[in-house]
Design a protein around this ligand. Sequence first.
Ligand code: EPZ
Length: 422
Amino acid sequence: MVDAFKINGGKKLKGILEVGGSKNAALPIFVATIIEKGTYILKNVPDLMDIATLSKLLESLGLKVEKIDLNTYKIINNGLSTLVASYDLVKKMRASFLVMGAMLANSNKAIVSLPGGCAIGARPVDLHLKGFEKLGVNLSIEHGYVHGEAKELKGGTFVFDFPSVGATENIIMAAVKAKGITILENAAREPEVEDLCNFLNSMGAKIKGVGSSRLEITGVEKLIPGEYSIIPDRIVAGTFIIAAIMFDGDIKVKGVIEEHSQSFLSKLEEMGVKYKIESGIFSVITKLSDLKSIKITTMPHPGFPTDLQSPIMTLMCLINGNGEIKETIFENRFMHVPELNRMGAKIKIDNHMASIEGVKNFSAAEVMASDLRAGASLILAGLKSEGETIVNRIYHVDRGYEGLVDKLKKIGADIERIKTQA
Ligand code: EPZ
């Protein structure tokens, strides 16, 4: 049996949705506590399955992870008990592969299971490995594990073929204590990469160019652990803003950081959305019926984020006219489309391009989440549709949307977690 959400949609929703800490900033920052011995206090950590999974992996490496309260963790690193990150933990969450860079920084050695692919794509790690080699790491792949070892990590220059978020984060963590200077060109610029750099610099790392695609990292002898508060989750914020637009502004969103969401917000403006942000509360002034369809292409930051592609597609299904979304980051990130079409949407796919013809509303149906953001897009459609929608395999959504059922109930949604056959 697995969890599903049962939604009795078509209700009037009204109230404030609060944005929690960023999953994709918290994960690399948790991993970075491997680099240096000491005690860390991490705040505004989202209460999510992925954080629990990573906590188990850190403990398997010998760290102590204590949950002080719902969103605060204390991590004690008294040294690693092993340099092997095993398949059974890495397979649960591919971001676990980020431990490779931190373990190399800690001990010049790491044996980490290759992460599998996932529903949205093959998710190779070739750029991570090429970057490690530039820092003097000797690599070999044996029986599904990457073995990395270096006499000492030396600064080097590395140009990313593609601004990979994970590869950028992995190499940054390997480089912060390497001998000499590391230059990264065409590095990922996502706010979550920036947050990792700010966390490391708060511990005495020397990373210049934070937030730009050119990073200059001067290796230091030692980092000094301390406290840090994670940035809000811009993808959860975007998902909640889409709900606000779908419900004609009766929903407001708390915790929106405009500068993290520029491309998303400018696309909303292109649709005709009028909004205001007052003391951190985002509210929409326009009605859904006022909006017009547009074209969107997902790009690395600061372009339109791929993680908001499926949620904004749900919105675009309800806008008069014909919209288009091109997915350029992942090879298979349209699996929510057949599910939305089962709910009455009119979406056609041609390779990486989705063409969307606006409809009046969705019709409630039983559907299946295929990944975290696809699940969110189906929940949004279910909240809007008259009648009962069941969204299966909701464990995907539990990985990235903290306390979603409670937050939606608080604004009037009729939603509950049920058990269904897998
Ligand atoms: C991060 O994944 C996020 N995950 C993803 O969020 C997000 O969709 C993605 O960045 C893009 O923004 C976390 O931060 C934990 P990439 P990551 O490396 O690091 C190819 C969510 O919903 N690539 O930037 O894996 C890769 O195949 C998740 O929260 C290589 O070819 O993304 C993909 O097509 C989903 N070789 C593209 O780059 C490599 O060595 C982007 O991948 C690495 C990546």
